[in-house]
Every structure is written in structure tokens, then in C-alpha cells.
Design a protein around this ligand. Structure first.
Ligand code: GTP
Length: 390
């Protein structure tokens, strides 16, 4: 059965334009990366449509030149946008400049050198191939974010596209008689049309999986955070703290847990309203986030109770942190909240290799209880003799 290359190209254009319409509809509310991916597909769809349209004009006419050049802009601009979307999804630094530069260079060179068929075909296909190669290389690099296997789907799709694109470039530039137009019944055109149709589907699946991957990560992040203050919730804090404790045992570095409970918090709610109470909780969470070092873990342990796990912190470091926090609340509290805000706290250090998080929390909690009983607004150490007032 003879295969009609024009029909395959029409099929590809219809697939791309259908994807361009379907993607925004099925992806729902999207972020920057997904928007770039959608726009990239739209541009490529329009690009392929214009390339087909150019075949209807007299070869070499101004309308042929205009629609062909615009089609190149659409295809390479779309690729550049998709490249930045993939960078964002993988957590790489976005390298938009190189892709945009290639797209501009390709389109300008193609438009200016349109009169020479070998030049324009070689130029366009080599630069498109380079764009695809750079995208595939970026996707193959180990991503900073834990992304799914969709990136390999896209790598395969891009490498296949790159091979047939460069192949077309070589034939167009150096063996022009074998490759007089992109619809000529040459095996490379057949291979290109088939690969382009197959990879359009692969790319669509890749984009949808990347989007789903990101949504799942966002949901996981959300599930780990306290809805009011944005610090870890109790469950997530415990998970993180267990990990840090295991690392501290393995490398034998000191580790402290500070358990904090705001003083007379009920009064704030009762006299100033629940919203003032919420504001105070957010203020404390922000103060904790600012005061801790990288690697420390802050969590809301209960209503007005927070826990801080301090990594590499000996007893002096934990006390210094407590002093910093206390003086910040004393100074900024009245200014930002309109009232004083103090807390009581208990510090528990990791005592031995066999110490557990549970045991440390129990010690910190018991110490906190004594701090409250001794009059509040103070921090006590679990390893010091604790004296309850008579
Ligand atoms: N506004 C607000 N209040 C909360 C939230 N979670 C817990 N609380 C309130 O925090 C208060 C805690 O009160 P208590 O356990 O009696 O403690 P306290 O008044 O701080 O007294 P001491 O701890 O003994 O100093 C309760 O009134 C809770 O309703 C919250 O998310 N927002």
C-alpha cells in the first residue's frame, strides 16, 4: 500500500492542533511550567499548519516565503518553550537564553536565505536538531527533583526526532536532488512523518505525566505542612526528626530538641479574639523559621506548641538559639502584634547512641512542664536537676 506523505503531515498537523486545544482543557489550573508546555505545543501545531499551507503557494513566492518562515518560528519557538517547561519540571536552572537564541537564529537565517533551498533546509533542520539534542541532554541529566520516568519518554522522543530532522538537513543541504521538497516520496520523509506522528503522542503523554508528577509533589508538600503557620505539621516533623536523629547517631554529632509552648495563649484568644491568636502563632512560626540554621527542623507540635530539632547543636548552641528567639519575641512582639508574647520551653540533648526521639520528646516535655510550673517565660534543660516549686 503506497503511503501518502502529505496525508501523514496533515495527520501530524491535526494531532498537534488537537493536542494544543486538548492540553489546556484537560490540565485544568496550571503553573508556569505547564503553561509554557501548553504554549509550546500550540506554537508547534500552528508551525506545522503553516508549513502545510506554504505548500499551496507558488514555490518561491512571497506568500510561500512568509508562511514557511513563520512556520519555522512556530516550530522552533515552541521547542524553546517546551525546553524551559522541562527544565522547570526537573528543577534545573532554566536555560531559556540558549534555546531562544537558537530559535531566533534559525528563523532569521531561514527567512534571509530562503532563496537557496539547500541552505534553508540544511540550516533549519540542523538548528532544530541542535535544539532537540540540547533538550534531550538536559532531560537526561540527573534532575535535582525526584521526577518520574516521563523524562526518559521525552528523551527517546527527542532523540528520534533529532535523528530524522538532521537526516533531512543533510539530504536537503548536500543531496538536494534526492530531497527536492519535504513532501517528496523519499524514505527520509516517510521516516520523518512516521516518527513525528509517533513522537507527538509520546510527547503528549510525557507532558501529562510531568504535570501529574508535579501535582503529586505539591500535594505531598501540602500534606506535610501545617495549614495555618506553614511549618511542618506534627506527623511530618516526626518523620524529618527521626531521619536527622539517625544521621546524628551515625556521624556522632550533637543534636538538640527544643519544645516550646506559648504562655497564657488562651488569654490572647479570649481577650483579643481567635484571629489575634492565629496571628501570634504565625508570628512565632516565622520567627522560628528565621532564627534556625539550614538543616534544622521546625514543626507545630500541637495547638500553641512548637518543636525545633537543632542539628549539630550542643547545649550552648541550643541555649544561644533560645536567647535569640526570646529577645526577638520581646522586641518585635509588641510592635507587630500589639501585645507581649512569651513562651516556656524544655531542651533535651541526644544523650547516647541508643537515645530515641520519643525519649527526647518526653524529657523535653517534662522539662517544659517544670518551666511552666516555675512561673513561665523561661527555658530549662532536661539534663539539669529540675525543681518543681513546693
Ligand atoms: N487562635 C488559635 N488558638 C488555638 C489554636 N490551637 C489551639 N489554640 C488555643 O490555644 C489555647 C491553649 O490553652 P491552654 O492549653 O490552656 O494553654 P495556655 O493558655 O497557653 O496556658 P499555659 O500553657 O499554661 O501558659 C486554647 O485556648 C486553644 O483553643 C489555633 O490554631 N488558633
Amino acid at each position: 500500500m503506497p503511503i501518502d506523505i502529505a496525508s501523514l503531515h496533515i495527520g501530524l498537523t491535526i494531532s498537534m492542533l488537537t493536542m494544543a486545544v486538548a492540553l489546556p482543557a484537560v490540565m485544568g489550573k496550571v503553573n508556569d511550567a505547564a503553561r509554557r508546555a501548553q504554549l509550546g505545543v500550540i506554537l508547534q501545531g500552528v508551525g506545522w499548519g503553516l508549513l502545510l499551507l506554504s505548500g499551496l503557494f507558488p514555490p518561491g513566492s512571497w506568500s510561500d516565503r512568509l508562511s514557511s518562515t513563520l512556520s519555522m518560528a512556530g516550530i522552533s519557538g515552541g521547542l524553546a518553550l517546551n525546553a524551559t517547561a522541562f527544565d522547570l519540571w526537573c528543577g534545573h536552572t532554566v536555560r531559556a537564553r540558549v534555546q531562544v537564541l537558537l530559535a531566533v537564529l534559525m528563523t532569521t537565517g531561514y527567512g534571509m536565505g530562503f532563496a537557496s533551498y539547500p541552505f534553508r533546509v540544511g540550516w533549519a533542520n540542523f538548528l532544530l536538531g541542535l535544539q532537540m539534542a540540547l533538550m534531550a541532554a538536559a532531560l537526561a541529566r540527573r534532575p535535582p527533583l525526584p521526577v518520574g520516568r516521563w523524562r526518559w519518554l521525552l528523551v527517546v522522543s527527542l532523540v528520534l526526532q533529532m535523528i530524522v530532522t538532521v537526516w533531512r538537513g543533510v539530504l536537503g543541504a548536500f543531496y538536494t536532488e534526492l530531497y527536492p521538497t519535504f513532501l517528496a516520496p523519499h524514505p527520509v520523509n516517510l521516516a520523518f512523518a512516521l516518527v513525528a506522528n509517533a513522537t507527538a503522542v509520546l510527547s503528549l503523554v510525557g507532558i501529562l505525566l510531568a504535570h501529574r508528577d508535579e501535582a503529586a509533589r505539591a500535594l505531598e508538600r501540602l500534606a506535610a505542612l501545617d495549614g495555618l503557620t506553614g511549618v511542618f505539621n506534627r506527623r511530618a516533623w516526626l518523620v524529618q526528626a527521626e531521619t536527622e536523629l539517625a544521621v546524628s547517631v551515625r556521624y556522632d554529632h550533637p543534636l538538640a530538641v527544643l519544645m516550646i509552648d506559648l504562655d497564657h495563649f488562651k488569654q490572647i484568644n479570649d481577650t483579643r479574639g481567635h484571629e489575634a491568636g492565629d496571628r501570634a502563632l504565625c508570628f512565632v512560626a516565622e520567627a522560628l523559621r528565621t532564627a534556625v540554621r539550614a538543616g534544622d527542623v521546625v514543626g507545630r507540635y500541637g495547638g500553641e506548641e512548637f518543636c525545633v530539632l537543632m542539628n549539630h547543636a550542643d547545649h550552648d548552641a541550643a541555649k544561644a538559639f533560645d536567647r535569640r528567639l526570646r529577645s526577638h519575641l520581646a522586641e518585635a512582639g509588641p510592635r507587630e502584634l500589639g501585645h507581649d508574647l512569651t513562651y516556656s520551653a524544655g531542651i533535651a540533648m541526644r544523650a547516647s547512641r541508643d537515645d530515641t526521639l520519643d525519649a527526647m520528646l518526653r524529657r523535653a516535655d517534662a522539662t517544659l512542664y517544670v518551666a511552666k510550673a516555675q512561673g513561665r517565660a523561661r527555658t530549662l534543660d532536661a539534663h539539669m536537676p529540675l525543681m518543681l516549686p513546693a
